[in-house]
Design a protein around this ligand. Structure first.
Ligand SMILES: Nc1ncnc2c1ncn2[C@@H]1O[C@H](COP(=O)(O)OP(=O)(O)OP(=O)(O)O)[C@@H](O)[C@H]1O
Ligand SMILES: [Mg+2]
Length: 280
């Protein structure tokens, strides 16, 4: 998606809509084979909404996220974004940390700001502020090789946030992190989001993580992914993880989504015999 299309599309969207996915499909060409990966999908995400995308492995979650981020184009349909400044429309956090090993923590966080032409002093201040918010301000001079996985991912999150994007995209950002640290990062993200209310699209395999974090959980079917559930999470904000997890709303929605997911997995197994990743 070009920057022009992002800019012109903004004019066409209702005032409270940040992301409009309209009749989008994606078909990959893999050698001689066509892989219908996704869609058709119609989805509107509102300003300040936290939306979690869940669905079986290979159903097209990352594909959809990449299209929202302009990293790949739909085969048909369109993705429109309402953004204030096309140079910081979206920032993405991936599963595999994707920080530069040869740059120290501060330089990694400042990287996007350098690209955007933010003056060095302001860039340093902003980078430090976000590192502090993620609780790793004291590691600013460390190199990634000296950091744990959880810390590296906090650097990647700080880097994305420091750009102050209109839309934060996160593709299974906590799935490579051990369970304890994952809870810490979920809490930090909840706190930061509750303070900033940025629009977030967050992909996860975990139904539990989706309900804990999201305003809305959108579930995709087996490939080609289509929306089979779009549920509002009625747990009040600000949320704290412990009471959210023990609420009736959490249990009811978890059961409903788990049944749907199980149905998809069983359907896929019946059709192909493949194993699919899904966690409660
Ligand atoms: N570049 C590509 N060429 C061919 N097929 C692709 C390509 N990228 C993805 N696919 C296929 O498209 C489908 C959707 O892929 P995608 O990575 O979006 O799924 P996903 O839901 O993110 O999966 P996972 O849960 O495993 O991360 C998969 O079947 C995948 O194998
Ligand atoms: Mg993926």
């Amino acid at each position: 998606m070009s920057q022009e299309s992002v800019q012109s599309a903004s004019e066409l969207l209702p005032a409270d809509v940040r992301i409009a996915v309209k009749d989008v499909t994606c078909t990959y060409i893999d050698g001689k084979e066509e892989v219908h990966a996704l869609g058709p999908i119609d989805l509107e995400i509102h300003d300040g909404e936290f939306v979690c995308l869940i669905g079986p492995s290979g159903c097209g979650k990352s594909t959809l996220l990449r299209m929202i981020g302009g990293l790949s184009l739909p085969s048909s349909g369109e993705v429109d974004l309402r953004v204030a400044d096309p140079t910081r429309a979206t920032a993405t956090v991936f599963q595999d940390y994707s920080i530069y090993p040869w740059k120290n923590v501060l330089s990694n966080v400042r990287f996007g700001l350098d690209l955007a032409g933010v003056p060095k002093r302001e860039g340093n201040e902003r980078a430090k502020r976000y590192l502090d918010r993620l609780g790793i301000g004291d590691r600013a001079k460390a190199y990634p090789s000296a950091l744990s996985g959880g810390m590296k991912q906090r650097v990647a999150i700080a880097r994305a946030l420091a750009v102050e994007p209109d839309i934060l995209l996160m593709d299974e950002p906590f799935s490579a992190i051990d369970a304890q640290m994952r809870h810490v990062l979920q809490d930090q993200l909840l706190n930061i989001w509750q303070a900033d209310r940025r629009t977030v699209v967050f992909v996860t395999h975990s139904i539990e993580e989706a309900i804990l974090l999201a305003d809305r959980v959108v579930m995709l079917s087996n490939r080609p992914g289509r929306i089979i559930a779009d549920r509002r999470v009625e747990i009040e904000r600000p949320r704290d993880a412990v009471s959210a997890r023990s609420s009736k709303e959490f249990a009811d929605l978890h059961d409903e989504l788990w049944e749907l997911m199980r149905g998809e997995v069983q359907r896929h197994l019946a059709e192909s015999g493949d194993l699919m990743g899904v966690t409660q």
